[in-house]
Design a protein around this ligand. Sequence first.
Ligand code: SPV
Ligand code: MG
Length: 692
Amino acid sequence: MAQVEPDRATKAQPEEGERTRQTMKALILNSGCGTRMGQLTVQQPKCMTKLSPCETILSRQLRQLSQAGIQEVVMTTGPFAEMLEEYCQALALPLRYTFVYNKDYQSTNYIYSIFLAQEHLNEELLLLHGDLVMEDAVVFQAVESRRSCMVISSTAPLPDKDFKARLCEGRIAAVGIDLFDSAVAAQPLYHLLPEDWKIWKARIDAFCKAGTVSCYAEEAFNQESDRCAVYPLDIRNLLCAEIDSPDDLAVVCARLTALADRTVYMSFSSDLLHSGHIAIIRKAQRLGKLTIGVLTDEAVSSYKRFPLVPFTERRAMLESIAGVERVVEQRTLSYRENLQTYRPDIVVHGDDWATGSLRFIREEALSVLKSYGGELVEFPYAMGEIYEEIERRARAELALPDLRRARLKKLLQLKGFVTAMEAHSGLTGLIVENTVVSSEEGTHQFDAMWVSSLCDSTAKGKPDIELVDMTSRLRTIDDIMEVTTKPVIFDGDTGGLAEHFSYTVRTLERMGVSMVIIEDKIGLKKNSLFGTEVAQTQDSIEHFSAKIAAGKRAQKTTDFMICARIESLILEKGVEDALQRASAFVTAGADAIMIHSRKTQPDEIFQFVDRFRAQDPVTPLVVVPTSFASVREEEFRRRGVNLVIYANQLTRSGFPAMRNAAVSILTHRRASECDAFCMPIQEIISLIPEEH
Ligand code: SPV
Ligand code: MG
């Protein structure tokens, strides 16, 4: 797995690289004789050796430098100097050249050529040998590096004769051909910031003035390596190789041919394209033919916010990017299916997924890649403030009433199965909004929020008997909506009088609530979990159907849903009665049916679900597994339930925690004992960051 410049992970600004390149020169060393090339260097310099019918080592280098944004080249020359100069000009690339001829090329090494060229070398530098053949990605990575670097490969075997580098504390400590202990393969391609180059150059100057002109320039570097901060740029298996002999040439040409077929895959979930995305797409394209896997809406919403732009448009957006070979669907967060189908040579990703909720996805992708010899290349994740601002704006948009209201229906259509969690305040709303759990099985979060009458009343210290008035209930919804984006399902109790219910529907709809659930009870409503311990009257089918119909008539949009909640099992009237009611309420216009039970065994719920599904395969079914809590979501899904509501768990877990703190302080006459189970002050004061 290639890790590219880990230090750049923080707040990478894509424009930065551009700025650097304009003031950066390339120094190409072409003063060598290339005698090991045999016939190939009898009539022309080594760098003019052909790699293909239309490319030489030099024309390839110059094209790459120009594409990477370099405008000035200093070239040291030796044999065939004039031919070389003419050749460069004939290529007609947008590059300015300074040629520096080393007439003593036969008796000196390139350290002396650099010495001769030094008056032209006062800027940031890309230094490379004239016989290096590189793939585009290597040149770009070297040019874009924010710190001085030398190309190394942690995967290549140590070469016998060529350069090796010894690393110390993450930096290049020494470069040479005789370093074998604790060394890595290295290539003579450097990016040197002015401060580092100045030190190295001064030492080259001292060497040459002292008559030491036949050694490698790296010997001068080795004496200064503690002052020159040159870091390894690990290109692992990417192509960067010197050509010293016809054998080298054959190997490199074969690698270039294979490179033309190299395939790259990256997955894309974002609905807003920003310059950071374009930058990573460009980097991926340089590695090979790029396939982009677009995550489906369902996959995106399973791990982050609901996409503002639907799948088909996201796909079209990526298809229109020049150089993207193919755009395919990625149906899950997991890469497994697409990696097995397309078997890309390389997967590209930002380096942000090594920790956090995506780490399991990364580990799985790595293991699939390993199974067929593919590789993962990670680039620094660009997350400057501008991107955070874009994300903030996207979230603000998702919270707008029209978008939020419509989302529950969309999620039901998209996923077929969704979950909701109780919220009764801004804070609990934030917990439902932001809690994400990741494991090998995937990433999970709640899809929606349930504004429970029980928890809303309890938070206000009142019984759950429709005592908290609608204005107060709406205030709770507003508090939650102000700080969240997920769809809201409102517990409408009995819905009150049909005449009042119409107004409630319009108000909820206007606020952006997605669904109201009303129960078929009449008179003084008490919480269903009392069962038959309290006297409760079930509404007649006719009367309750009329209320549903009144609500549907009042509704202005098509997104809003009215769910009819059937209390037959709570009131021990049996599954038959519940089924009869369900069918009547659907006929009256109910968009969904909720079936409730307070039995700890789910048998009667399952019986209802199975029989309802047999008579009605489409109307969404809702359950609230408070008593029958042992049933897993997968079982409900399999039986045809569409929405599971966890109706009261934040309230029930919060209350004992708070009471324990109160008891602890009263018991010990001080607060220190309860600190152990309290959130630290620093955390609570920064729990909710201010918006700027
Ligand atoms: C609520 O949460 O207020 C409900 C569900 O209505 S239950 O408490 O199970 O009746
Ligand atoms: Mg309730």
